[in-house]
Design a protein around this ligand. Sequence first.
Ligand code: SS9
Ligand code: ZN
Length: 674
Amino acid sequence: MKMGTALLYDDEMTKYKLLWTDPVCKIEVPERLTVSHEALLKAGLADRCISVPVREATDADILLVHSEEYLEAVKKTPYMTLEDLMEFTLQYGDVYFHPNIYHCAKLAAGATLQLVDSVMTGKVRNGMALVRPPGHHSMRSAANGFCVFNNVAIAARYAKQKYGIKRVLIVDWDVHHGQGVQYCFEDDPSVLYFSWHRYEHQKFWPHLRDSDYDCVGKEKGAGFNVNVPWNKVGMKNSDYLSVFCHVLLPIAYEFSPDLVLVCAGFDSAIGDPEGKMCASPDVFAHLTHLLMNLAGGKLCAVLEGGYNLTSLHQSVCQTVQTLLGDPAPRPANLDGPCASALESLHCVRSAHRPYWSCLKHAADLLTSDVSTKGIELTAGGQEKQKAEEERSAESEEWSEPLKRAAPPVRTALVLPDGVVCPEGCTRFSSSADPSKVNKLRETFLKDSDDSDALTTLSSLTALVQKMEQNEICNGLALVRDVSMAMMCVVQHAEAAHLDRVLIVCVGDAAVPSQGTDDGTTLLVQFSSEESEGQKRRFHIPLCLKKGCSDVSGFTQAVLGLVLPLGYEYDPSLVLLVRSPGSGLCDGAWQQLTGLLQGLAQGHTLVLMQVRRRRGVRAHLRLHLCCFWSFSLFYFRKVRRSASARRPRLSSESPPPLWGGLVLRCRRMWRRWRD
Ligand code: SS9
Ligand code: ZN
């Protein structure tokens, strides 16, 4: 697998600024770039990246998206007087020109293309370009919203043309709608554009009807434009992550892109004067992480907005550190999405249902059923409420994200004797103290003298301890009896007072009963048959209609259920168990492992069962390889509950979009938490 993260930056791009008074444009300052770059240097992140020089985009590059007339007009700006520049600027909305902006705009687009080249040729795995001016608002023949050339749109066309790739995903997490990108690709099924944006029922800039959830793309491109309008300010981490789990990721996995481009604007973070949202800078670690499992990790992040310098540089650091592979910080205090976010979520899912099989079972409610507009009006004056929201968002304070320390050992393996440890991993075995070993022998081996089994168990407990101490990030153990190994880990975790352990077990292995009643462990089990006798609060059995061999069904269950559950549970350890005969293919297993590494600071322990020596090498290979595919899906249970009674959204009843099964889990949840 390709390694390395590219960083593109050139201080030439700080060399233009607003030359007259304009309250709208005054937030777009050169410091946005210097502050972000200095923060990367100070955190030691820039040094860990591969620095790639920027270049100017050529006319041919720019003409991939823009008209000749527009390019020629912009070309004249370096020679204009101040007065001419002001007049030129007036043709467009919310943008300013400067004698050096044409040069910078060529560098911004060129830097983006250099990043695409570095990723596509395999020089690096992923990367980020710190650029100014931003791009996502600029259109074929118009500058707009501080943007001159559409850096990311140009990059998408360039990548398709130069490398012959079939599908590009553009994720626009900037708080504004990148209408320029939408217009560029709205009839093109080879580029999937996703954008969430402050909208407030069209009351927020750029005030376009085209930004609403029902603009899904045109003609052949229908279904390939995904808009998530935020109709309230103050959206939080849970709102962002819910939209990722329930809208973007299911569609993105079904789309299966060859390359992911991110319109990485950070005005969607807390403290931003434009966005007025409340997501913390470390949410970008998770957003980045969740996208890194697509397209074999080929991800290019390109700076767009971000106008609070503090929140901007913190968010940039979170993004780059995640691209470098450091484990994401623990997501704190996640709840479900708020009512307004839920409304948007639900509307997007309904609007896209005809186009994506992963949404086949999305509830089809009338918009009036989920509208929060009415609630707002009756709650005593929309204006007053809005004023309050704005004030609270502005005065928002947040603490600096904690330092993210990458453990010295990334992956430790507990292997049977004679199995060679693959490169890049560390073989782990423990010299546990005799009293502990004896205890393990008594408990698990009934005093039998199976020394192999005993070594494995004591290594396992020692490994968990090292993860707790953050000396090792994750681990994999090949064991002869996964049930026994699982119980051993659970028991150790309990004795060591680990706060919460999430166990995801694929297959019908016997699971521990211990610890599963008080919420210290949460067990999600993909099994072929649901055992009615095993109804325990923290044991969630999942039956996939077509079993785990149905990759798309499995993936959708992971994205829509396991992941949100995991985020809300916030474990300190994730235990992944693959029992024999699970039917799960290697690609799906790889995905599960990858996605869940966003939890528990990446502390994932994988247990796999091997009986014969011959199986061992194959198991190791599958753990290290990476691929996936798609077909249809659904859960047996969701279907059952959907036909029984369609739930309605109200403040009492949980959201319909989680589906019957998720609904049930969430109820169990609340009971435990409250
Ligand atoms: C609304 C004015 C918006 C344009 C913002 C462009 C952001 C580009 N208060 N002005 S990321
Ligand atoms: Zn923006």
